[in-house]
Design a protein around this ligand. Sequence first.
Ligand code: HEC
Ligand code: HEC
Length: 200
Amino acid sequence: MGKYALWVCFVLLSGHSLVYAQGDAAAGEEKSESCAGCHGEDGNSNAPIFPKLAGQHASYLAKQLHEFKKGKRANPTMTAMAEPLSDADIDDISAYYARQKVTLEKAEKPNPLGEKIYRTGNASSAVPACTGCHGPDGAGNPSAKFPALRGQYAAYLEKTLSDFKSGERANDANSIMRAIAAKLSSEEIAAVSGFTAGLQ
Ligand code: HEC
Ligand code: HEC
């Protein structure tokens, strides 16, 4: 009985994530033409102020695009870009970028503060280890919608963490990232961003 229930759960859960990620990547490639100027043709953006989308989980990308569209993640440029997209467009574009390969950044010079925060957190200010959700190599977790972070530009990581800290970015479920970023100093945000960008 226990075993059977577990099996049913597994089938239901895996079925669910398949449905979620079922965009058409080939259609998504065409639909992403208007994004290429900032995010690059394959989602490896040309400038560090534009986040890389290549290799990011489709579930996370789709969540962000729906939330830009609704204005729940506040960014006038991206809200304007997401507004005309239908649900199917969002699934297709997300499937396309998820299949591209992110270009990794160079591993950073030793950065003990950034590494400590990423791997173990900061016990004195109750910051949890980033690795617990984003993974030891920054690969994230698609079913939990924990984004991949490796290869992302440090400048974007630092901006978005500062936005979580100030509350300007407030689309994280249950305030997970706002609560964590609020406990990080600006120095810690800069250090952990540099370390995370260089994860291989
Ligand atoms: C004019 C430049 C520009 C264009 C064109 C553009 N974006 Fe963006 N995009 C941005 C910027 C800037 C951000 C970062 C917003 C922030 O700081 O919160 C962003 C963020 C994103 C994110 C969130 C990434 C993350 O890691 O959370 C996604 C997803 C995204 N864009 C998808 C798209 C798609 C799909 C298109 C085309 C339909 C597009 N963008 C077109 C500038 C652009
Ligand atoms: C309990 C799980 C959890 C922990 C621990 C955690 N994160 Fe996150 N993180 C998330 C979730 C969930 C999101 C996605 C929020 C959303 O949907 O917009 C996220 C998003 C992010 C983003 C935005 C990525 C992007 O592409 O815009 C950054 C950067 C980030 N986290 C960095 C960190 C750092 C640095 C730490 C450690 C100090 C950390 N996270 C710890 C769950 C976590």
